[in-house]
Design a protein around this ligand. Structure first.
Ligand SMILES: Nc1nc2c(c(=O)[nH]1)N=C([C@H](O)[C@@H](O)CO)CN2
Length: 121
C-alpha cells in the first residue's frame, strides 16, 4: 500500500475537559498517513485519481470548526470516521497532538489507526 502524507497540520478548535477550555479555541497539530494506491494517479498524472492532500487538509479544518468536544480521543475518532466516509481511504494513521496542554511536555495527544492495512500490492 502507498501513503499520502499530511504532517504537522495545525487547526484551531474548541476542545478540552475544563470549563475555561469551552470559552476559547486551541491549536491541535495533526499528522496523517493515508493509505491508498498511487499508481493510477502516477500513470495518468491525474489529481482526480489520488487523495488530494489540499482538499483533505481543508476538510480537516472545516471539521475542527464544526466540532466542539472534550477529549482529543473523541476528536481523533470522529475525524477518522469522517475522513474515511468522505474519501477513499482504506487505512489511516492519525496522530492528534495538543501542544502546550502539559507545559512540561512538548506535546500530548493520541495516535490511532483505522481501516485495513493492505501490504504487498
Ligand atoms: N487522555 C486525555 N487526557 C486529557 C485530555 C484529553 O483530551 N485526553 N484533556 C485534558 C485537558 O483538556 C487538558 O488538555 C487541558 O490542559 C487533560 N487530560
Amino acid at each position: 500500500m502507498d501513503l499520502v502524507l499530511i504532517e504537522a497540520l495545525e487547526v484551531d478548535t474548541v476542545i478540552g475537559v475544563y470549563d475555561w477550555e469551552r470559552t476559547l479555541t486551541q491549536k491541535l497539530r495533526l499528522d496523517l498517513m493515508l493509505g491508498t494506491d498511487i499508481r493510477a494517479a502516477a500513470a495518468d498524472d491525474d489529481i482526480a485519481r489520488t487523495l488530494d492532500y489540499a482538499t483533505i487538509s481543508a476538510r480537516i479544518q472545516a471539521f475542527a470548526d464544526e466540532h466542539d468536544v472534550a477529549l482529543v480521543e473523541t476528536f481523533a475518532e470522529r475525524l477518522a470516521e469522517t475522513l474515511r466516509e468522505d474519501f477513499d481511504i482504506v487505512w489511516l494513521r492519525l496522530t492528534v497532538r495538543k501542544p502546550g496542554a502539559v507545559p512540561a511536555a512538548a506535546a500530548v495527544g493520541v495516535s490511532i489507526e483505522r481501516g485495513q492495512w493492505k501490504g504487498d500490492t
